[in-house]
Write a protein that binds this ligand. Structure first.
Ligand SMILES: CCCCCCCCCCCCCCCC(=O)SCCNC(=O)CCNC(=O)[C@H](O)C(C)(C)COP(=O)(O)OP(=O)(O)OC[C@H]1O[C@@H](n2cnc3c(N)ncnc32)[C@H](O)[C@@H]1OP(=O)(O)O
Length: 190
């Protein structure tokens, strides 16, 4: 994991960034919908969190693949929040978009909504997550991604918030690596 953050919080890309042409957020935004059945339940009878996480990974992976124009792998998933239980018969919509791009990685933001399959009540938000995907080549090595071009004020806010999360991920990783190196230097075995 490289340590450089490509932009500061105030730097929202314009129509072109560097040599690679940018892509607008809307070009890869995707919704994946799925009806929950009895095979999706946990021992409590509600839908298993892992089933939701798989849908989140699928939707985010499709977005990352569309944005980067090729394969992309999940590097991390954080802040997965389950806000309300999901039940058998719920029609679940997983909405995903690229919030931010680095050199080879992308943060994808996901919102999970649920509605009864046979009622016309509005869907409610039941979960959310942020995932980092890294675009890879045929050898599984990171490859450059087009910069995302936020279009709306909401896209711009999400871009800036994603940069804050990126800064915190890097800082946390660096602090843990430094602690481990210090402990090894002090002769600790683990
Ligand atoms: C019914 C209908 C269904 C339809 C359905 C459709 C679905 C249709 C689509 C399918 C979509 C499936 C989507 C599933 C996708 C998987 O399930 S993939 C499987 C799970 N993931 C993996 O196996 C990945 C394993 N890890 C790796 O291969 C390597 O660690 C990685 C991620 C390629 C990174 O390699 P590395 O050598 O560490 O590279 P490094 O240069 O250090 O980092 C590269 C970039 O990644 C970032 N990065 C690396 N590690 C991390 C980390 N832990 N956290 C954050 N960022 C990181 C770096 O910051 C860097 O970013 P940039 O600064 O370049 O922007």
């Amino acid at each position: 994991m490289t340590d450089q953050a490509p932009a500061t919080e105030s730097e929202i890309p314009g129509q072109t960034t560097g040599d690679v042409p940018g892509k607008p957020t809307s070009a890869s935004r995707t919704t994946l919908s799925h009806i929950m059945t009895h095979s999706d339940t946990n021992l409590l009878g509600t839908v298993h969190g892992g089933v939701i996480m798989k849908l989140v990974d699928d939707a985010a992976g499709a977005v990352a693949g569309r944005h980067s124009g090729g394969p992309a792998v999940t590097a991390s998933m954080d802040e997965m929040a389950f806000l309300e239980p999901v039940r058998v018969g719920d029609l679940v919509h997983v909405k995903a978009q690229v919030n931010w791009t680095g050199r080879t990685s992308m943060e994808v933001g996901v919102r999970v909504l649920a509605e009864r399959w046979n009622e016309s009540t509005p869907p409610t938000q039941v979960g959310s997550a942020y995932l980092v995907f890294t675009a890879v080549d045929a050898d599984g090595k990171p490859r450059t991604v087009p910069p995302v071009l936020p279009e709306t004020e909401r896209d711009k806010r999400r871009y800036q918030e994603a940069q804050i999360r990126r800064t915190h991920r890097l800082a946390r990783r660096r602090a843990i690596m430094e602690l481990r190196e210090k402990r090894v230097a002090e002769g600790h075995q683990d």
